[in-house]
Design a protein around this ligand. Structure first.
Ligand code: AMP
Length: 170
């Protein structure tokens, strides 16, 4: 199956110059969604994964399914002020200014092996920050997995030395 045919490209969304990769058209296709999860989990079949971390918001579409497939737990990384208990946070650079992501301080046990999942790897700034956050709370990053990688943005360079996997490259 050609999974790329199930991904809708929207030019100039959410602002001029951005080509947005809309994965809702992949998610609603029962074969496409199943194939996506099966192909991604195959990459980690022989890896130790205790916890799958999903990045708000579109990482949540894939991370829980990956956790289920890998018999691992699921932990959400959230935008600020959403989590109710004690949090650890990480700041990262945006094009203009900075942003912050949070995780419950007790979400990951020391030494647990963690797979980080998001829909798109663009510049890698978000994923690199989440990897730092996982390590800050005592986890070991087993890898970072993405449905889509925008190779021209060289996000991999910001994740050098880590296991980076993407299913589809543009
Ligand atoms: P970055 O930190 O630059 O790697 O950006 C990654 C985040 O932005 C991911 O959570 C994606 O959901 C989102 N993102 C960045 N660029 C795109 C794009 N062209 N289409 C869809 N989502 C994108």
């Amino acid at each position: 199956m050609q999974l790329k045919q199930l991904i809708r490209e929207i030019p100039d969304f959410p602002k001029p110059g951005i080509n947005f990769y809309d994965i809702t058209t992949l998610l609603k296709d029962k074969r496409g969604f199943a194939e996506t999860i099966e192909a991604m989990q195959a990459h980690y079949r022989n890896a130790r994964v205790d916890v799958v971390v999903g990045i708000e918001a579109r990482g949540y579409f894939f991370a829980p399914a990956m956790a289920h497939a890998l018999h691992a737990g699921f932990v959400p990384v959230r935008k600020p002020k959403k989590l109710p208990h004690t949090v650890r946070s990480v700041e990262y650079e945006l094009e203009y200014g900075t942003d912050r992501l949070e995780m419950h301080a007790d979400a990951i046990e020391a030494g647990q092996s963690v797979l980080i999942i998001d829909d798109v790897l663009a510049t890698g700034g978000t994923a690199a920050a989440v990897a730092r956050l996982v390590e800050q709370v005592g986890g070991t990053v087993a890898g970072l997995g993405f449905v889509i990688e925008l190779t021209f943005l060289k996000g991999r360079d910001r994740l050098a030395g880590r296991d980076v996997f993407s299913l589809l490259q543009y």
